[in-house]
Design a protein around this ligand. Structure first.
Ligand SMILES: [Zn+2]
Length: 242
């Protein structure tokens, strides 16, 4: 009987191990999708910022050439000063120069603001770019670690499946069917290791009769509530070391 109970516990451990492999595979799959979505979102944002940056940069250049052009005009106007023949022409020219000065002052202020904005945006963009690189690296690390765990579990899985077959040959056929039925019905958990009268799977107390029989370890017991197969840990460990 003790051997059968040990087999049951081992069968459950094998199931847990194989199930964890399946879960890791699923996690990797969903992680890949999630990561791709996150990166796509991030990269779209970066592209938008790049476009905004280049727009501001173009605007700055335009402003700059406007200023240069106006300065050229002012220089030419000033060179005409020597050819002025009348007070009227002088007044007109001064007015022209004055307007040019004011326009350029306004443009220079605009340019200063734009340049400031451009620098701030550039700094922010560089920061986001670094965040993106760090994210890509972190994602790769996580995926690498997960893949390593999966690879190791896959190697172990072959032996585990062989062991399952071996054990099932040695355990009573009816008990194997019972184990498999509970396994399907209880989400992959058919055997419960008990430390006291509480079923550690469903958290309910088993009846006193079951509890007594459990400790005697002469029969295969079910939890009264979740119907999982019960094994009393202390007695089992005692028998293992003996
Ligand atoms: Zn239970």
């Amino acid at each position: 009987m003790k051997e059968t109970l040990q087999f049951l516990v081992e069968l459950q451990e094998l199931e847990d191990s194989l199930r964890s492999l399946t879960q890791m595979r699923k996690r990797r799959e969903s992680l890949e999708i999630e990561n791709a979505e996150t990166l796509e979102f991030f990269e779209t944002m970066l592209t938008e910022r790049e476009a905004a940056l280049s727009e501001v940069s173009t605007f700055c250049k335009e402003k700059n050439s406007e200023i240069e052009e106006a300065e050229g005009n002012a220089r030419r106007a000033r060179s005409r000063l020597s050819q002025i023949k009348s007070q009227r022409e002088l007044t007109a020219l001064n007015k022209e120069l004055d307007t040019a000065r004011r326009t350029n002052l306004a443009r220079s202020e605009e340019l200063a603001k734009l340049t400031e904005q451009l620098e701030a945006s550039q700094t922010d963009y560089e920061k986001k770019k670094a965040e993106h690189a760090a994210l890509v690296e972190a994602m790769a690390d996580t995926q690498k670690a997960l893949t390593e765990s999966i690879d190791a579990a896959e190697v172990a899985a072959n032996d585990q499946r062989t062991r399952q077959v071996e054990i099932k040959k040695q355990v009573d056929r009816t008990l194997v069917s019972r184990f498999e039925r509970i396994l399907r019905g209880r989400d992959g958990s058919a055997v419960v290791l008990m430390n006291n009268e509480t079923c550690s799977a469903c958290r309910m107390n088993v009846s006193p009769q079951v509890y007594i029989r459990l400790q005697r370890m002469e029969t295969i017991e079910n939890c009264d509530h979740c119907k999982r197969l019960l094994v009393f840990r202390a007695v089992l460990e005692e028998s293992t070391s003996a």
